[in-house]
Design a protein around this ligand. Structure first.
Ligand code: FAD
Length: 525
């Protein structure tokens, strides 16, 4: 069922059992999982069914730290959320990403890889990739031409990736959501405040507004915030009427530990003696189904005391035309929706041959590195308000020296390995050569468009904002969905993992929370 909140009578009161705020990737995944349950689900989406400049302007904010993407085009503010321009790279996090690593401050999740493992299958299904098996041997059996470089398995391994079509959640799942009799979708329903009881122990209702000047109230027994990492933090901070520092923020942690992946061209790789390298064939938008990146083993990460990261092979002729994506990302969100198709037209991938005959010898290594969790890298509220009266976000993205050291070490290891195997040589980029110089390297850097960590998960309220079930500490019925809950960023793109975490949360809510509800849906039947 769908209602446009601009058409409701002003000051309407909407009621449900659970209320999901944000119909992006996490919000839609959660809503789909509740179809045909005995509960009345309210799904609130700030935007409509298309990208609109006026809606994107609500995301406008300041970048006061390390240069970053324009906030108004980085995330999409409509039904389907940022899936409207995501690229579809999928790979699970590695078991080491969840562990406490003595050499990385603030590392360690309160859940481990095996706790998430069952939910990766649901995540696979919703992003429409072929398999939840990411082992190289599995893919090699399917295609014997996928030949690995001769790597020492104690040092480097082939981290496999699959590629979603990419699934645009807005168009792909709209009909299913609209047909579901127990899911009540409201568009143009921007949450602007979460209101608690006097003890600040329970969210009673949320206030929604839109550009038509209407304001409504939504009451539910349980609220799930699925607005993406920046907006999840912003909403908690902006809901400061009963708690002056914002909700869940007794320890000043909301908005801190903002992370992205560090994506950057790092070295030239000459491999005149490598044989068949179809396995590493460059990614082609909406065509590539599977490929590998070179990744450091746990053992090597621990020995070198560095972060997790991977490197992919980019043919020199493609890499030569690339600037860091932060410098080229459009400010106009509408333009970003066509971005991938446009980029592919420009790059003319036919120049380096088909995967079957791929025989390139000169590459640049493109590195994607985990960012170390850093409490000073953070979202705050700005002094300016958006058109609906909410203080805008102010992002201060900050890196630390282990980030650059890890990028450099990964190149050194790959260099040693191709040298040892006598297949090639590596030359580090100028900015990486001086190990001690941390000054001006960031101008080379792009991000992954992966916002993580602003409501981090921890086993105590002194260390994080949500517990192992994504429930906000101190509030009995408020949950966070998405990568805002990630304590560390891992090496892989986050969406497959954030969807797995969302399905885990969904199961927890069904089995432990909703079963105690006196369901409104049942009462209505
Ligand atoms: C260019 C680009 C490429 C990417 N490529 C990849 C990739 O290849 N692989 C990968 O893993 N990840 C990729 N990502 C990241 C991926 O898009 C995000 O991880 C994912 O979209 C996050 O899902 P989400 O549901 O948390 O947020 P979103 O998808 O952004 O959804 C948030 C939803 O909440 C709504 N909302 C926000 N605030 C409010 C409010 N106050 N009230 C009501 N509704 C609200 C929004 O309108 C939106 O619908 C990419 C991102 C970008 C920008």
């Amino acid at each position: 069922m769908h209602r446009d909140a601009t058409k409701l009578e002003n000051h309407s009161i909407i009621e449900g059992d659970i209320c999901i705020v944000g119909a992006g990737m996490a919000g839609i995944a959660m809503a789909l999982d509740w179809i045909n349950t005995p509960y009345k689900v309210i799904l609130l989406e700030g935007g409509g069914f298309n990208v609109e400049t006026r809606m994107q302007d609500l995301y406008q904010g300041k970048n006061t730290g390390q240069r970053y993407y324009p906030l108004q085009s980085l995330r999409l503010h409509y039904f389907g959320g940022t899936s409207g321009h995501w690229a579809g790279f999928c790979s699970p996090y590695d078991p080491i990403d969840f562990k406490k690593r003595d050499w990385i401050e603030h590392s360690g999740w309160p859940i481990q890889f095996n706790d998430l493992l069952p939910y990766y299958e649901q995540a696979r299904e919703i992003v429409e990739i072929e398999s939840s098996n990411f082992d190289f041997d599995y893919w090699k059996k399917k295609d014997p031409e996928l030949e690995s470089l001769p790597l020492d398995k104690k040092v480097l391994w082939n981290k496999m990736w699959q590629f979603s079509p990419p699934t645009r959640f807005g168009s792909r799942y709209k009909e299913e959501i609209l047909k579901a009799s127990n899911v009540h979708l409201y568009t143009y329903a921007n949450v602007v405040n979460l209101e608690t009881d006097d003890l600040v122990s329970n969210v009673k209702q949320v206030l929604i507004r839109n550009h038509a000047g209407k304001e409504h109230v939504v009451k539910a027994k349980c609220f799930i915030m699925a607005c993406c990492a920046i907006q999840n933090a912003r909403m908690l901070l902006a809901s400061n009427q009963q708690a002056p520092n914002g909700l869940g923020n007794d320890h000043g942690l909301v908005g801190r530990f903002f992370m992205d992946h560090l994506e950057v061209m790092t070295s030239d790789l000459f491999m005149p003696f490598a044989k068949q390298i179809k396995l590493y064939y460059p990614w082609v938008y909406s065509e590539t189904k599977v490929r590998a990146e070179l990744a450091l083993t746990d053992q090597k990460q621990s020995q070198l005391k560095i972060l997790n990261g991977t490197a992919s092979l980019m043919p020199k002729e493609i890499a030569a035309n690339k600037s860091p994506n932060i410098d080229t990302f459009p400010e106009d969100a509408v333009a970003t929706v066509e971005m991938w198709e446009e980029m592919n037209k420009l790059r003319g991938h036919e120049n380096f041959g088909s995967p079957e005959t791929y025989n390139c010898k000169e590459f640049e290594l493109f590195t994607r590195m985990e960012q170390a969790p850093n409490p000073n890298s953070r979202i705050r509220l700005d002094s300016e308000r958006d058109e609906l009266g909410v203080l805008r976000a102010n992002l201060d993205w900050r890196l630390t020296s282990i980030d650059k050291r890890s990028i450099r070490k990964l190149q050194e290891v790959i260099g040693e390995e191709v040298g040892r195997a006598e297949i090639g040589r590596i030359r580090l980029k100028e900015w990486l050569r001086d190990e001690e110089n941390n000054s001006d390297w960031t101008s080379e850097l792009g991000g992954g468009w992966h916002n993580m960590g602003t409501t981090r998960m921890a086993d105590s309220p002194k260390k994080g904002v949500v517990d192992a079930n994504c429930k906000v500490y101190g509030l009995s019925n408020l949950y966070m969905a998405g990568s805002s809950c990630f304590p560390t960023s891992g090496a892989a793109n986050p969406t497959l993992t954030l969807l797995a975490l969302t399905f885990k949360l969904s199961k927890h809510l069904k089995e432990n929370v909703a079963k105690n509800f006196k369901s409104l849906q049942k009462a209505m039947a």
